[in-house]
Write a protein that binds this ligand. Sequence first.
Ligand code: G3D
Ligand code: MG
Length: 283
Amino acid sequence: MKKLIKKKINLLGDPSVGKTSLTLRFVKDIFGEKYLKTIGTNIYTKEIELDEAVLKIVIHDIMGEKEYTAVQKGAFQNSNGAIAVADVTDKSTLYSLVDDWLPRFHDVAGEDKPVALAVNKCDLDEINITPDMVVDELVGNFDSYVYTSAKIGLYVEQLFKDIGTRTLSTRGKREKEIENIVMEQELTSPKELVSASLALSSEMRLMPYEIREYILKTSGIDKFALEDDISESNALYFASALSNWYYNMAENADEDEYFKYRQRANIFLKLVNNYYSSKSLSP
Ligand code: G3D
Ligand code: MG
């Protein structure tokens, strides 16, 4: 059975940009039906099926008043991410996100929480927010953007899926950099595979030192004398054992830690793949 992971998402933006319409399109696949103008906060949930888990997103659709109220502040607490909505016919709604909504959200929810920008009502002809303007505001403000229409149901599903999966990638910047460096290296010998695995595992603070030393020992590799004649089977055993350890941890982890462990397990599998493909390319 797939693991159920719950994440809280907020809708941000000025009145009438389409926050409630996007939410209702996504959750109930309806548009324009009579519903009460949002008073306070309305909460909806929907499950998204992913490869590795089922993601249950809890959507908080707040009242569109621009004034910073206690209700808004409360709604942002413990949030995992947000969808920021602008109205494509009205430039001011984009700048209001950058100037007001984002700082308020990050203040309460935390700087590291992802925000996806939806430029909504793209079914209308009056395009006053151009892609150039969006790109100018993008860096440092939004993690992604998409033009949506709640009315005709364009890119609404993708929007929620995008922010949902972004709430799951909690790896730090440094760890991503290390992963990129390691993945770009050619690993043509068993020794290089072991060295790369060691470098990665010491970067991943989730693995206790003793565990790594134990796996090294059982694969018959002495880290302090990384000789050139490490056998291929020992090196593969070591990298796979690290991966298996993380997989087992994931199975027993709570939902916050689950994805971290799965990501790490996958990195070691990628390393093994990298080794096989470098080897097949080298003369
Ligand atoms: P809000 O929750 O951000 O305040 P709403 O916004 O979802 O209540 O939408 C405000 C108005 O914009 C509604 O019109 C709604 O039908 C319209 N709207 C929302 N999304 C779209 C869209 O994608 N395309 C178009 N053309 N209109 C949209 P009314 O007339 O009810 O005020
Ligand atoms: Mg609303």
